[in-house]
Design a protein around this ligand. Structure first.
Ligand SMILES: C[S@@+](CC[C@H](N)C(=O)[O-])C[C@H]1O[C@@H](n2cnc3c(N)ncnc32)[C@H](O)[C@@H]1O
Length: 289
């Protein structure tokens, strides 16, 4: 079997993905090649020639990606902070922009001992597990309403414990339930929430429309229904000086800070943008110190 240049296989993959309208063809082609070879993307140049079965395996993955199957469903993982979590059918794929929420949250926790953290709408568990990894003495609670998401979160939580991280406490529940985590009222240092927030009827790309669970992406009407629950939970759960961060749609850059500011116990409300300058998440601190 004649070995083939990997560079040519990747160029062909980029061409196919470009034609299919994939947003980041080079990134995806290289990550798929790295996945097939079982190496980090940065090590691809160290493999100039590959066997035909590698080219074939890459071709099969590229064909599925061209049908707009999410890249992360094909590689089986998505990154959050310093960790990766397993993802696949039935669970929301964690997005790079949510790392901004994580970064802000880790800033709130700096200098605190045994901080209590709650991740509302945990999905794969990405945020909760990334906090547990970064702050080993944190006591991290996470909740989701969806049984499939919770199964992924449980699997990821077990993997992280095997890797040496602290265990998180996973719960099934609806964040609209005012008794959810009632035993933690006024005791929480950090509440993080990446809820469903896309207003119903908004166009989303095929990767999202056909693969992310609908209830993980869309919220009824103006898209603020679950965010309203997160604001209420944040106000109830936080201890004085604690912080809440809620991700939102770029059309909700005024609405979410207003919802936070309307809570008497919350102060220091801020709107945050992502690296592209799009309105992305809002934060507040519980008044007092
Ligand atoms: C956008 S995904 C975010 C998942 C994860 N936090 C992340 O950033 O990757 C939203 C998650 O919220 C869950 N969810 C939707 N409505 C909920 C509710 N009322 N209570 C609890 N979880 C909810 C969905 O099942 C989904 O897993």
């Amino acid at each position: 079997m004649k070995r083939q240049p990997l560079r040519l296989a990747i160029l062909e993959a980029i061409r196919i993905l470009e034609e299919a309208g994939v947003a980041s063809p080079r990134n995806d082609a290289e990550l798929l090649a790295a996945h097939v070879l079982g190496v980090d993307r940065g090590r691809l140049p160290l493999t100039p020639l590959v066997d035909p079965p590698v080219v074939e395996a890459l071709g099969q993955l590229v064909a599925r990606r061209a049908k707009r199957v999410p890249l992360q469903y094909l590689t089986g993982w998505s990154a959050m902070g310093e960790i990766t979590v397993a993802v696949g059918s039935g669970v929301f794929v964690p997005r790079p922009e949510t790392e901004l929420l994580l970064e802000w949250g880790l800033g709130v926790l700096a200098g605190r001992t045994h901080p209590v953290v709650v991740d509302l709408c945990t999905g794969s568990g990405a945020l909760a597990l990334a906090v547990a990894n970064a702050v080993p003495d944190a006591i991290v609670y996470a909740v989701d309403v969806d049984a499939t998401a919770l199964a992924w979160a449980r699997r990821n939580a077990d993997t992280r414990v095997e890797a040496g991280d602290s265990a998180i406490r996973l719960y099934s529940g609806d964040i609209g339930d005012r008794t959810m985590f009632a035993e933690l009222d006024g005791l929480v240092d950090l509440v993080l929430c990446n809820p469903p927030y896309v207003p119903a009827g908004t166009y989303v790309p095929p990767e999202v429309a056909d693969h992310d669970p609908e209830h993980a992406v869309f919220a009824p009407g103006d898209g603020l229904e679950v965010i309203r629950h997160a604001v209420a939970a944040g106000a109830r759960l936080l201890r004085p000086g604690g912080g809440v961060a809620i991700e939102h749609d770029d059309t909700q850059g005024s609405a979410v800070p207003e919802l936070l500011a309307a809570r008497r116990v919350l102060a220091d409300v801020r709107a945050h943008t992502d690296l592209a300058g799009r309105s992305r998440f809002a934060t507040a601190r519980r008044a007092g110190s």
